[in-house]
Ligand binder design. Structure first.
Ligand code: FAD
Length: 460
């Protein structure tokens, strides 16, 4: 409805923004990458370039009583950015400017639609580094990363997005612009509202600016240790061994044979199609310390029963293996719908959790591939949907629930980094006591009493 009064009011309020009416919104912008998460039909899509346009959009939505769903690049894997019926989508793709890189203070200020790799590239030119590195860093936005508290490959040593967010600007309530946190590396004034927004999945407001802390760029080439294992549990034992060792790897990633084969079929990288499980570790310690750390990592791999483990002597080959890790999910998703888990368990329980995943897969006759930020205990079992009929889908959902239950039983969580979105609201109910769920609902009620922002997501 191009003559929808809401669309007309949005256009009048934000003359510089692009406003698309319902029938003009590309269907791909109505949902994220999560398979199996339903989405509704948005009434309009607004593409602002500046905070005042977001503010005016939220004000108009408040007047019309319609929900607001923020969207970054739509790479989410939980349905968090999916449109709800009748909502206004606010896409941040045109809010893509890096506003400041302060080399003295090692901070940067960005609009929310800046792509993670673009910020990294700009920082690198100035000898700086923005560490959070989700495997989607080539596409995902800083706003989306903050809203999901994204993790990534180097988080095992350098922490997650929350550890790098010093301040945000956000549009909240009926269209009020607030600043939470600031530029300082410390700050304890009042409740930690900034921390609350990080990982809030667009349910408390729309983030319009982010101040991040940076680190000095490490120009040393990392040392990579590669291990192949005959079983998932043996690779899991190596993770336990590394965790208990003196090593602090900057990456400890797992890729199983389903994923290796999918990447090989797609990219022809020359990987061994018979390898069962690949474990990749990386040390970025200074020269001698890196060699020593590599020795410790190799010992851990070998003592856990690696069928082959070596320190890589070829940086190109080492980078290709990490690239294979990053490509594992899209490579598998090419072959058919994949339901992605994101469980995280205490690191000592990684082998048990991997064994449970295999048992559950066998019990339900449903193939499950595995990639993992193994050093964090954050596993991504990828449930391959064998067909779209009701019986097959029923099995897939049983597998999904059983894996979450197994993680909870081991003292873990249903989501380490992707967020609750739509897909894990039931999992959140299983994980949290009713008292804690009630606190979660109280937070939403206090900060968004009209349930205007991303209703139906995160809070069950
Ligand atoms: C191949 C692949 C690899 C991935 N690897 C990782 C990984 O290693 N680690 C990891 O953590 N995740 C990973 N993900 C998941 C995903 O990339 C992250 O969740 C990412 O942070 C989402 O960013 P986005 O810009 O795509 O956000 P979207 O998917 O667009 O949105 C995600 C959530 O954030 C909210 N949101 C977005 N922008 C704003 C804003 N400005 N204000 C308020 N709320 C907002 C949305 O409403 C939604 O709830 C991967 C996904 C893919 C497809």
């Amino acid at each position: 409805m191009r003559h929808d009064p809401l669309v007309q009011a949005l256009r009048a309020g934000t003359p510089r923004a692009r406003v698309l009416a319902r029938e003009d919104i590309p269907s791909g912008l109505l949902h994220d990458e999560a398979a199996g998460a339903r989405h509704g039909q948005a009434r309009a899509l607004v593409l602002p370039t500046e905070t005042p346009e977001v503010r005016e959009t939220v004000r108009t939505c408040a007047q019309f009583g319609v929900p607001v769903v923020a969207r970054g690049a739509g790479t989410g894997l939980s349905g968090g950015a999916n449109a709800v019926d009748g909502c206004v989508l606010i896409g941040t793709e045109r809010m893509n400017r890096v506003l400041e890189v302060d080399t003295d203070n090692q901070t940067a200020i960005v609009q929310p639609g800046v792509v993670n790799d673009d910020l990294k590239g700009l920082c690198a030119e100035r000898g700086l580094w923005y560490p959070p590195d989700p495997a989607s860093s080539a596409w995902s936005t800083i706003g989306g990363n903050v809203a999901t508290n994204a993790g990534g490959i180097c988080c095992v040593k350098y922490g997650v997005t929350r550890d790098y967010v010093l301040g945000i600007e956000a549009v909240v309530g009926d269209g009020t612009v607030v600043r939470l946190g600031g530029r300082t590396v410390k700050g304890v004034a009042g409740y930690d509202l900034l921390g609350l927004f990080v990982g809030s999945e667009g349910t408390l407001g729309v983030i319009t600016e982010v101040t991040v802390r940076l680190r000095s760029r490490n120009s040393r080439p990392p040392v990579t240790v590669v291990g192949f294992f005959d079983s998932l549990t043996a690779a899991g034992e190596a993770v336990v061994s590394v965790t208990a060792s003196a090593a602090t790897p900057a990456a400890l990633e797992l890729v199983d044979r389903h994923c290796l084969r999918a990447v090989e079929a797609w990219k022809r990288m020359g990987m061994d199609p018979n390898a069962a499980v690949l474990l990749l570790a990386r040390s970025d310690a200074p020269a001698d310390a890196a060699e020593e750390e590599a020795r410790v990592l190799l010992d851990c791999f070998r003592s856990a029963g690696a069928s082959w483990a070596e320190r890589s002597t070829d940086p190109v080959e080492a980078e290709a293996l990490f690239e294979a890790r990053r490509l594992a999910y899209p490579a598998l998703a090419r072959l058919g719908p994949v339901l992605t888990e994101d469980v995280c368990v205490p690191r000592g329980h990684v082998p048990e959790m991997l064994a449970h995943i295999e048992e559950i897969s066998a019990a339900w006759g449903t193939p499950v591939a595995n990639i993992a930020h193994a050093g964090d205990g954050n596993l991504h079992p990828l449930i391959m949907t064998p067909g779209s009929d009701a019986v097959a889908m029923d099995r897939v959902h049983h597998v999904f629930d059983a894996i979450m239950d197994a993680a909870i039983a081991l003292g873990g969580t249903v989501t380490g980094e992707h967020g609750i979105g739509l897909l894990k609201r039931d999992g959140m109910r299983r994980e949290m006591s009713s008292a804690v769920l009630s606190l979660q609902r109280s937070v939403k009620q206090a900060l968004d009493p009209q349930s205007r922002f991303n209703p139906g997501k995160l809070v069950p």
